[in-house]
Structure formats: structure tokens, C-alpha cells
Design a binder for this molecule. Structure first.
Ligand SMILES: NC(=O)c1ccc[n+]([C@@H]2O[C@H](COP(=O)([O-])OP(=O)(O)OC[C@H]3O[C@@H](n4cnc5c(N)ncnc54)[C@H](OP(=O)(O)O)[C@@H]3O)[C@@H](O)[C@H]2O)c1
Length: 260
């Protein structure tokens, strides 16, 4: 299948590790020119080095905090200065924040919305004029399957993620005429630093496979997913193979979600 990503320019937020880093690697291997970003400069440099070691290609990396609007603007303008265009934006930066309603104060609500909602809004707003100039583009908002059927003690994250899904749908309607597609990836449980920390803290006697199987008791496919499995779907969504796909969400959760 021809993905049509060669020469395309992509920004992936939160790409010093996890799903973001894996997505950057996939895009670089398909011939895209990529900007990676995160707050921690050391992790970012390590990520760039890993990509170079695996592909022989240098990525553009910019220390960015997507909760700061000026940083989002700089991320976009610096990418366009470096590569001359912009075609793809993956709004992936995020952290887990799941608590009972009464334990979430105003500050935490604000922080989570700044990160997961406004981060995506600001990056998208600055990216759009360049996507129009390029004749179209693709935005993927990485969210969470729990936003569709929020369980107890899942705040503020499920609310911020549900807002991200509404943002995706509304933006897809506005931007379709400009050939800019907007989709959402709804993540279930994917192997990440946080999941690994939980494994090492709670069950260090188990191998990863054993831990993954136990944690996957409620997951129809019976295990935690890999970053590669999320990155593959992002790659599809931003590629020409998904040229008629917009305003939709795809669960990457091994069947965990109770909603389509
Ligand atoms: N893994 C899962 O099971 C799971 C489940 C549901 C949803 N998700 C969502 O999927 C996305 C990727 O998850 P992951 O597990 O790959 O995460 P991860 O391994 O924890 O990586 C998160 C990335 O985001 C960056 N980041 C965090 N806050 C940022 C900020 N304010 N500005 C810029 N970058 C920031 C981090 O770097 P710095 O800290 O250096 O900034 C890091 O590069 C996240 O949005 C996450 O919430 C994941």
C-alpha cells in the first residue's frame, strides 16, 4: 500500500518517548520529515539520537511545553522555517490524571485541560494556515477510550479527552473543504513508562508477558498493547491510505472499550 508520506512534514507533540516517539520513528522510516518535541531536553536529545541510530536521519527537535501557547506557535513556525511546509500534526502530548471527582481541585482541572485540550487547540490553530498553503493536511488527536464511557475515578482526564473528541468532530466539519482531515485515536492500555513503573512497583516478580496477561484480564485480546500498535494506526490515519477518513475515532484498546 502506498502511504504517500515521502517528503511530507510532520509535527508530533510529546514525542520523546512512548507512542509519540514510535510514531516519529514510523514516519521517518516512511520518508517524512519530522519535528519531535517535549519539555525535557535530555529525553528529547536521547529520542533524536535513537531515531538517528535506527534510520540514519536527523529529526528537528524543539523543547516545547504545549500548555504554553507561545511554545505551540514556536513549534509550528520553527518547523516551517526548517522544512518549508507542514502537512501533518499529531497532538499526542499527555499524561495520566485519573481521580475521584471530589479529589480534583480547580488547579488540576485547569492543568489537564491546558495540556490535553488547549495544547491541541493551539498547535492546530498555528498549523492550519500552513496546511492550507500545502493544499491539505491531516491532524490526529490522541485521546483515550475511557472518554467514551467514563468509569469512576477517571477525572479530570476523561472529561478533557471527551472534549478532544468533540474538538475532532467539529474541526473535521469545518476543515473538510480545505482537504484537512481530523481524526482521533482512542487509546486503551499501551505499554508506556507509567505502565512499566506500575509493573516494577506492583509485580516485580512477574515477567512483562505475565504482567501484561494479568493486567489484560478485562481486555478481549488479553494483553497490554505496544506503542508500535498505536503508531501503526496513526501512520494509517495521516497517510493517503486514509484519504476519505475524517471526523472519526479509532479505538486502540484490544477491544476494551464498551463503545464503538
Ligand atoms: N499509554 C497508555 O496506556 C495511554 C492510555 C490512554 C491515553 N494515553 C495518551 O496517549 C498519549 C501518549 O501516551 P504515552 O503512554 O506514549 O505517554 P508517555 O510515554 O508518558 O509520553 C508522554 C510524552 O508527552 C510529553 N509531554 C507531557 N507533557 C507535555 C507538555 N506539557 N508539553 C509537551 N510534551 C509533553 C512527554 O515528555 P515531557 O514529560 O518531557 O514533556 C513525553 O514525551 C498521551 O496523551 C496519553 O495521555 C496513553
Amino acid at each position: 500500500m502506498e502511504l504517500g508520506l515521502k517528503g511530507k512534514v510532520a509535527i508530533i507533540t510529546g514525542s520523546s518517548k512512548g507512542i509519540g516517539l514510535e510514531t516519529a520513528l514510523h514516519l521517518v522510516k516512511e520518508g517524512a520529515r519530522v519535528t519531535i518535541c517535549a519539555r525535557n531536553g535530555e529525553n528529547l536529545r536521547e529520542a533524536a539520537t535513537r531515531i538517528f541510530n535506527e534510520t540514519g536521519i536527523e529529526v528537528h527537535s524543539i523543547e516545547t511545553d504545549v500548555t504554553i501557547e507561545e511554545d505551540c506557535k514556536r513549534l509550528v513556525t520553527s518547523t516551517v522555517e526548517k522544512y518549508g511546509r507542514l502537512d501533518i500534526l499529531v497532538n499526542n502530548a499527555g499524561t495520566s490524571a485519573a481521580n475521584p471527582f471530589e479529589e480534583v481541585g480547580t488547579d488540576l482541572w485547569q492543568q489537564d485541560l491546558d495540556l490535553k485540550l488547549f495544547g491541541a487547540i493551539h498547535c492546530s490553530r498555528y498549523a492550519l494556515p500552513y496546511m492550507r498553503e500545502a493544499g491539505g493536511g491531516s491532524i490526529v488527536n490522541v485521546t483515550a477510550q475511557a472518554a467514551k464511557t467514563p468509569p469512576a475515578s477517571s477525572l479530570p482526564t476523561t472529561v478533557s479527552r471527551a472534549a478532544g473528541m468533540a474538538l475532532t468532530k467539529a474541526m473535521s466539519k469545518d476543515l473538510g473543504p480545505d482537504n484537512i482531515r481530523v481524526n482521533t485515536l482512542c487509546i486503551g492500555l499501551i505499554r508506556s513508562d507509567q505502565v512499566e513503573k506500575k509493573w516494577k512497583k506492583e509485580a516485580p516478580e512477574l515477567t512483562w508477558e505475565q504482567f501484561s496477561k494479568e493486567a489484560g484480564n478485562d481486555i478481549p485480546l488479553g494483553r497490554i498493547g505496544n506503542t508500535d500498535e498505536a503508531a501503526n494506526v496513526i501512520l494509517f490515519l495521516v497517510s493517503n491510505a486514509a484519504s476519505y477518513v475524517t471526523g472519526t475515532s479509532i479505538n486502540i484498546d484490544g477491544g476494551l472499550a464498551g463503545a464503538l
